[in-house]
Write a protein that binds this ligand. Structure first.
Ligand SMILES: CC(C)(COP(=O)(O)OP(=O)(O)OC[C@H]1O[C@@H](n2cnc3c(N)ncnc32)[C@H](O)[C@@H]1OP(=O)(O)O)[C@@H](O)C(=O)NCCC(=O)NCCS
Length: 179
């Protein structure tokens, strides 16, 4: 299918050439602060992850989030990635993940727009029924963006993650197709 287009961004298939950007983003301290990584990622590990991911069904492939250039609308700049994980086709349920790795692009609405595009894609192309995510309770930016995109708070897994010598709560949020 063609790229997924929003007003200011598009989601396109990832290529091997995107690996250096992915690596730079997940090894950035501030970006990784709210992600589930527990060790620095090497180029070798990232390439292995990419190869394994590409063997999965296309619906679970990572998508690159790109912003349309203001001066040249035909050109796009990669700022992050996103993905559906572990799709359960019987229930029509999938987890969703997002990372905007270019920190200068935070708080500009791109995360919200990406989530809206993924919800549209998930419900109206993949025919999912429920799309959910987990987010650290401290990730106020993420929680706000997900609420704006239509996610509802489902509940909290207490002390479900451990970081910087202390446990932290993890929130679960979801959208059901009819919503
Ligand atoms: C989380 C993430 C996807 C959000 O995307 P984004 O493009 O920055 O978010 P948006 O601009 O769409 O929305 C952010 C909202 O949070 C608000 N916000 C920012 N910091 C905040 C804080 N400390 N407390 C409350 N709200 C905050 C912004 O003002 C904005 O709300 P507004 O539009 O009502 O003003 C992105 O920042 C990111 O990928 N961060 C690093 C990795 C990560 O956290 N991934 C998600 C793991 S679950």
């Amino acid at each position: 299918m063609p790229n997924i287009h929003g007003e200011r961004i598009r989601l396109r298939a990832a290529e091997k050439e995107d690996i250096p950007n992915f690596l730079r983003w997940i090894n950035d301290e501030e970006v990784a602060e709210n992600l589930l990584f527990i060790a620095p990622m090497s180029r070798y590990e990232e390439e292995n992850w990419y190869d394994t991911m590409m063997k999965k069904p296309a619906s679970e492939h990572v998508l690159v989030i790109e912003v349309k250039n203001q001066d040249n609308p035909g050109k796009f700049t990669p700022i992050g990635n996103c993905q559906f994980h572990d799709i359960d086709w019987r229930i029509g349920s999938a987890e969703i993940g997002i990372m905007i790795g270019e920190k200068s692009c935070w708080d500009k609405g791109y995360g919200t727009e990406t989530m809206r595009l993924l919800l549209e894609h998930g419900f109206n192309t993949l025919n999912l029924h429920r799309i959910w995510l987990q987010v650290f309770a401290k990730n106020k930016r993420g929680i706000r963006a997900y609420k704006k995109a239509g996610f509802q708070f489902e509940g909290t897994f207490r002390d479900a993650d451990y970081q910087h010598g202390q446990y932290q709560d993890v929130h679960f949020m979801s959208v059901i197709k009819d919503e």
